[in-house]
Design a protein around this ligand. Structure first.
Ligand code: FES
Length: 158
């Protein structure tokens, strides 16, 4: 379970566990994001020092991979499929609707902290395009109206 807070001890624990691996930077970044939900900027100097890299090198890798985030995710993470099958079934207009409805673009979080929006390239649900997931739960044949219902369902969850 993610904690979404700056937790230095969690970061130093991940670094200590992985720093002796060859090519330890990516496993460390994944480990921190798995543990905290994001890679806090304050962890960059700790990682750089442990791996004898510059802060710029560590920061460069974090920003190169869109998967990594340096801000806490929203309460819910929504992955919207942008791959071919979903595109052929109208995902571009759904994407436009979702972005307008949430008021965010990809890799952003709504102002109320409820939803983070991420792109994904095929969810293996092509027969039910266009598809998206909310916190890993998959939804198919999503229309704008269905999206509104999905949002309300997610908001209603504890
Ligand atoms: S292309 Fe969207 S689920 Fe496969």
């Amino acid at each position: 379970m993610t904690q979404h807070v700056w937790d230095k001890s969690a970061v130093t624990r991940v670094i200590a566990e992985l720093q002796d691996q060859p090519g330890a930077l990516l496993p460390i970044l994944h480990g921190i994001q798995d543990s905290l939900g994001y890679i806090p900027p304050d962890s960059v100097p700790l990682i750089a020092s442990a791996l004898n890299l510059s802060r710029a090198e560590v920061h460069g890798v974090i920003t190169f991979y869109h998967y990594f985030r340096d801000t806490p995710p929203g309460k819910h993470t929504l992955h919207l499929c942008r791959a071919e099958s979903c595109q052929s079934m109208g995902s571009a207009s759904l994407e436009k609707y979702v972005k307008e409805k949430l008021g965010v673009g990809f890799h952003e979080t709504t102002a109320d902290g409820q939803f983070s929006l991420e792109p994904v390239y095929c969810l293996g649900n092509c027969a039910c395009s266009p598809a998206l997931t909310v916190d890993g739960e998959i939804y198919g044949r999503v229309t704008p109206q269905r999206f509104d219902e999905i949002l309300e369902e997610a908001r209603g969850q504890a």
